[in-house]
Design a protein around this ligand. Structure first.
Ligand code: FMN
Length: 215
């Protein structure tokens, strides 16, 4: 679906793409998600698939905004509830976005991207060659400090389940928008955790590449 881009949006697209970022710009506000659009669900389910060949083209900011909201944004602001379910409503999964201009943490409350690193770490988000050139790799990280009341045996499977719902939201959004995506468990977790500067109680669950598919 083609959507109009304003000059401001194109400016932000440059910031998120390969243009050198301003060091002072640590928070990038996203435009409001467009929650009225999308293709019919049954058609989207028919088209859902994994893609492993991506063009390097940068994602326009409105697409990135809609994608992150679809992934795990707030859809009921009065209670802070989200587009994906989470066990005990822990909301323990953080969505990181590895872009050419750096690593960002999605903040669902502000619907903004907070810069974590200025370095391009896309190639560290997986073991497959396309991860280094696709425009976006999401990294789904479980923050176990938010899972305080759960039993130890439940925490790992429930974190994986919660990440799976987010991943499927991304799959459905991509199928709706003509984007390609693949969820990936093949990740060098110790190396990526170190690059991302994660604490020991933050565990990488899945990574997911998004971009325009090579036809
Ligand atoms: C938990 C999980 C981990 C996966 N890890 C990888 C991966 O590391 N690399 C990859 O290319 N695909 C990965 N996939 C994608 C599957 O290979 C893919 O879903 C499967 O082959 C079916 O294809 P489809 O998604 O097009 O239906 C993973 C899928 C799941 C659910």
């Amino acid at each position: 679906m083609k959507r109009p881009h304003s000059a401001a949006v194109l400016l932000f697209t440059c910031i998120l793409g390969s243009a050198a970022p301003s060091r002072s710009q640590t928070v990038i506000p996203l435009p409001a998600p467009r929650v009225e659009g999308g293709r019919p669900l049954m058609q989207v389910l028919k088209d859902r698939r994994s893609t492993r060949a991506f063009k390097p083209d940068t994602l326009p900011l409105p697409i990135l905004s809609d994608l992150l909201w679809a992934a795990f944004g707030i859809n009921r602001p009065e209670r802070g509830l989200r587009t994906a379910p989470s066990a005990v409503n822990w909301q323990e999964i953080d969505v990181y976005a590895a872009l050419p201009s750096g690593l960002f943490l999605y903040n669902p409350k502000t619907h903004g991207l907070e810069r974590v690193l200025s370095e391009d770490i896309r190639s560290a988000t997986g073991l497959q060659p396309f991860v280094g050139t696709a425009p976006l790799n999401l990294v789904l990280v479980a923050d176990y400090s938010r899972m305080a009341r759960g039993s130890a045996e439940n925490k790992d499977p429930w974190a994986w389940a919660d990440a799976g719902f987010i991943s499927q939201n991304v799959y459905l959004f991509c199928a709706s928008e003509g984007l390609g995506t693949v969820v990936r468990a093949m990740v060098d977790r110790p190396a990526l955790s170190e690059k991302m500067g994660l604490r020991p109680d933050q565990k990488i669950i899945l990574s997911q590449t998004v971009g325009y598919p090579v036809e």
